[in-house]
Design a protein around this ligand. Structure first.
Ligand code: FAD
Ligand code: SIN
Length: 421
């Protein structure tokens, strides 16, 4: 392989797959290799269930614009993060949704409103496939021979003038070197108790929604070459991980996707009362739960269920939700008075939920073109990063649906930067 045309992507989640596909669409002169430490592609991206944001797409019924999405993002970020990255995120969001639909045939025609958004802009498909699975399956297909499974990257190799020239990786028990430009797409660190103890010891005891592979290796490799890390203490606690009645103390929880609340699910406390606007940002909803005793119950009536039936059916199949009449719901929780839900529904669907570590907003500092910068603010030549490994796109609180989006937007931007360099 011609050395300077090789693009080495670390991680086969959505950021890595978006970048790889875009490189191949733009250039026949570049080789792409995706090194993935697990046996298959997908990372946490494959678990995404609520969807991907897009402002101004053909599927939205309400008026929306990149400027409005940018305002929501900046508000949610609470003064942290880099507004120039948020601007790119919002301005390229509709194109990202369109790219997935047009070039890969992913259905993203259903739009829901998640917490902190001023309008409905989180897109998912109308069928049974959750959006993360549908997107990863479609984007993996053209890359079958480019994804090298069971290859764990250990270290970035550096040459003269601070540039990165390749990686050291291990496959089985053999160590190898591969030379080329490097794109880090290795995800966050919400699966690492060690990293959480270092940056957020106050929440390290909480369960997580992330797979055990989510160890922050990209951030650690960057730390070793003096790349700038930012806002590493900004870790998102999602308000609703399911408490599995058959295994309540399990440290890894299935996520009760925010779309369940977006489509009308409500949170009830131990007395059956609502205690927070369910469509507030995640930090607000999580805080409201943690300030009370006991885990709340997420309840959907028949109308809400009909809007998100496939998700609920899946959670019921897993034993995480159950259904019944109002009398059944009251009996389960010992409520004598009616709980604060519409009382005219034929049936209700419910599950107990608890706050969970979900996403790391902090990470490797990048420019709007996806270059990693060092501690003096200079670009590190030949090193790029996209997706959850980076910091600065979301500030203090990521809006639901904006992580899949950042993977696609910045994965594609890096491909453009590489092909045009
Ligand atoms: P990942 O998808 O996590 O991929 C990183 C990959 O890198 C992994 O495959 C990992 O094995 C690999 N890797 C790590 N280190 C190495 C190494 N050293 N060498 C080689 N490979 C390595 N966001 C939304 O926007 N909408 C949603 O609906 C949504 N739902 C979610 C539901 C759940 C349950 C979870 C956990 C997250 C959800 N998110 C959602 C967040 C979103 O899915 C992730 O933040 C995002 O997909 C991260 O993508 P990524 O490509 O950066 O990383
Ligand atoms: C969720 O479905 O609640 C997760 C969405 C996200 O993390 O963006």
């Amino acid at each position: 392989m011609e050395r300077n045309k090789t693009v080495i992507i670390v991680g086969a989640g959505l950021a890595g797959l978006s970048c790889a596909n875009q490189v191949l669409q733009l250039s026949s002169k570049h080789n792409v290799v995706i090194l993935e430490k697990l046996g298959k592609a997908g990372g946490n991206s494959i678990k995404a269930s609520s969807g991907i944001n897009g402002a101004g797409t053909r599927h939205q019924k309400e008026q929306d614009s990149p400027a409005q999405f940018f305002d929501d993002t900046v508000k949610s970020a609470k003064g942290l993060g880099k507004p120039e990255l948020m601007k790119v995120l919002s301005e390229r969001s509709a194109q990202a949704v369109n790219w997935l639909e047009q070039d890969f045939g992913v259905d993203l025609s259903v739009v829901a409103q998640l917490g902190g958004h001023s309008v409905a802009r989180t897109h998912r498909g109308g069928g049974k496939l959750p959006p993360g699975f549908a997107i990863i399956s479609a984007l993996s297909k053209p890359l079958e021979d480019k994804i090298w499974p069971n290859c764990r990257v250990l270290e970035l190799i550096r040459g003269s003038n601070n540039q990165v020239t390749g990686v050291k990786y291990v496959q089985g028990s053999t160590q190898h070197e591969l030379m080329g430009q490097v794109v880090l797409a290795s995800g966050g660190f919400s699966g690492s108790k060690e990293m959480l103890m270092r940056y957020r010891p106050d929440i390290a005891h909480l369960p997580t929604t992330n797979g055990p592979q989510t160890q922050g290796e990209g951030q650690q490799m960057c730390g070793l070459i003096d790349a700038q890390l930012r806002e590493m203490d900004q870790v998102q606690v999602h308000p609703t991980g399911f408490v599995d009645p058959a295994d309540p103390s399990n440290g890894t929880k299935f996520l009760a996707g925010e779309a369940l609340r977006g489509e009308g699910g409500v949170l009830l406390d131990a007395q059956g009362k609502r205690f927070v606007d369910e469509l507030q940002t995640r930090d607000v909803v999580s805080r409201a739960i943690m300030d009370r005793d006991g885990d709340p119950t997420l309840v959907l009536d028949q109308r809400a269920y009909s809007r998100i039936q496939h998700h609920v059916d899946f959670y019921m199949m897993k034993g995480l939700m159950r259904s019944g009449t109002l009398a059944d719901l009251k009996a389960e929780f010992g409520w004598t008075a009616d709980p604060e839900v519409s009382t005219s529904s034929e049936k209700y669907y419910w599950g107990v939920v608890t706050p969970v570590v979900h996403f790391t907003m902090g990470g490797v500092e990048t420019t709007a073109h996806g270059h990693v910068v060092d501690k003096t603010g200079h670009v590190i030549p030949n090193l790029y990063a996209a997706g959850e490994v980076t910091g600065g796109v979301h500030g203090a609180n990521r809006l639901g649906g904006s992580s899949l989006l950042e993977c696609v937007v910045f994965g594609r931007i890096i491909a453009e930067s590489i092909v045009n360099s």
